[in-house]
Design a binder for this molecule. Structure first.
Ligand SMILES: Cc1cc2nc3c(=O)[nH]c(=O)nc-3n(C[C@H](O)[C@H](O)[C@H](O)COP(=O)(O)OP(=O)(O)OC[C@H]3O[C@@H](n4cnc5c(N)ncnc54)[C@H](O)[C@@H]3O)c2cc1C
Length: 415
């Protein structure tokens, strides 16, 4: 793979950019692989990358029914933070956040990680208590966060209305090294690195069945024919229930649509990410100047990549009272993704009833930030057959045994 650098750009500029290679190959599937990953989203690609990088397993295929990064990975609002309450969550999200810090250099691909700071507003006394508790827990976990005053909130984000009308800002949980990244670039960077290691990324290849013998997966049926494998990783987010059913087991996961929208571009007015969880909306400004806006999930299960109309209204109502200056902005685009929600709003990185089949899902509305940490932990699970410390508590049997990692009650928000 040719290294991307300022010299490469200069050289190509001199020859009218005719010498660039394709970033990844598009091969036909081989008859079998040492490992198959279903789903070329960020988590699937990161799993493949760390299988190669950390364990030297490169005879790997990543099968994608659409185009790579076309699922939630290319549809999210790109918030990256690790200010979770529970130890196991803070550990994996902080591992991911720290890998984001050097990802552009590691992958030789600019993922535009922007640690601009993430602020979660406290607008009720309950939230103040909750975020103080999280800030204390984060100190013990080695995650850098602090609880800040309303005055500091206003200094960091002058366009914020801290006086109400319904919920005045009483403080905020601030993570200065949280921020955003370029979601497509994360998928493309991992894809390029995987392809360079000799892995096959096979797009337009839907897995339609899982073949097993004596309690072990032997291969998958796909729209491009049967492909054999020694190990299978299922990493398909909102479609996890469907693929798990093909493999013969049920998951405690439900699929719902989550949507986001962007405004017309305006001059820079906000250089941090703000989440207002009581009124339920969050916003940041993209490099193009668009205000990037998100809110809650649909209240019913569905597989439409749109999201329902009333949520747009609710989210905008919440954000207009938080940021009155956006009240006259025109909205440019809106889209949705199918997210995989577990009961405790924490992910699953787990062995399954099939010996050599592993599952990574349940990242729900907040898995972009976790991509590198999740891939790291899933690769370890697939390579060794047993979870390492990062994944140990995220097995799927915790729902049967009542060992929840309850971020839903702890944080009240999952983006
Ligand atoms: C609107 C929105 C906003 C969000 N905002 C944030 C945010 O700000 N911060 C954050 O951290 N997270 C956010 N998220 C969540 C985040 O996007 C996801 O958790 C994350 O992208 C999941 O990545 P993934 O690789 O698991 O799934 P995906 O990117 O969805 O990849 C799964 C892939 O599997 C493929 N697939 C499915 N079935 C099959 C099959 N049978 N055969 C082959 N391939 C198959 C799909 O086509 C898809 O490409 C948001 C999500 C949405 C929808």
């Amino acid at each position: 793979m040719r290294r991307y650098s300022v010299f490469a750009i200069a050289r190509e500029a001199l020859r009218y950019h005719t010498g660039w290679e394709r970033a990844w190959r598009s091969p036909a599937p081989k008859a079998s692989y040492d490992a198959i990953i279903v789903g070329a989203g960020g988590h699937g690609l990161a799993t493949a990358y760390y299988l190669g990088k950390n364990y030297g397993i490169t005879n790997v295929a990543i099968l994608e029914k659409g185009w790579l990064g076309g699922g939630n990975t290319g549809r999210n609002t790109t918030i990256i933070r690790s200010n979770y309450l529970q130890d196991s969550s803070a550990a994996i999200y902080e591992k991911a956040r720290s890998l984001y810090e050097t990802m552009s250099q590691d992958l030789n691909y600019n993922v535009m990680f922007s640690p601009r700071g993430v602020m979660m507003l406290a607008q009720t006394h309950h939230e103040v208590r909750g975020y103080l508790r999280t800030a204390h827990a984060n100190k013990l976990q080695g995650v850098e966060t602090e609880f800040i005053t309303p005055q500091r909130v206003k200094e960091l984000c002058p366009i914020l209305n801290i006086d109400g009308p319904r919920y005045p800002v009483l403080g905020a949980l601030w993570q200065a090294r949280g921020g955003t990244g370029r979601h497509d670039a994360v998928a493309w960077g991992y894809a390029r690195a995987c392809s360079d290691m000799g892995m096959d990324i096979i797009q337009q290849c839907e897995v339609t069945g899982v073949r097993s013998e004596d309690g072990k997966v032997v291969g998958v049926e796909t729209t491009k024919g049967y492909i054999g494998t020694k190990k299978l990783g299922i990493v398909v987010a909102g479609h996890s229930g469907q693929v798990a059913e093909m493999a013969g087991f049920r998951l405690p996961v439900e699929a719902v649509a989550l949507q986001a929208l962007v405004s017309e571009p305006i001059k820079p007015c906000m250089d941090i990410v703000v989440m207002a969880n009581t009124v339920h909306g969050y916003m940041s400004q993209s490099d193009k100047g668009e205000m990037v806006i998100g809110g809650g999930t649909d209240g019913f299960n569905n597989y439409t990549q749109r999201g329902s109309f009333h949520h747009i209204e609710e989210t905008l109502r919440a954000l207009i009272e938080t940021f009155p200056i956006i009240s006259r902005l025109k909205m440019l685009r809106q889209w949705g993704g199918i997210v995989d929600m577990t009961g405790d709003r924490s992910p699953i990185i787990s062995k399954t009833p099939l010996g050599n089949c592993f599952i990574n899902c349940g990242w729900g509305t907040g898995g972009f930030k976790a991509i590198p940490g999740s891939g790291w932990a899933m690769a370890e699970l697939m390579a060794k057959g047993e979870p390492g410390p990062l994944a140990a508590e995220f097995d799927m049997w915790r729902f049967k045994e009542g060992r929840f990692i309850d971020e839903s009650v702890a944080a009240g928000v999952a983006h």
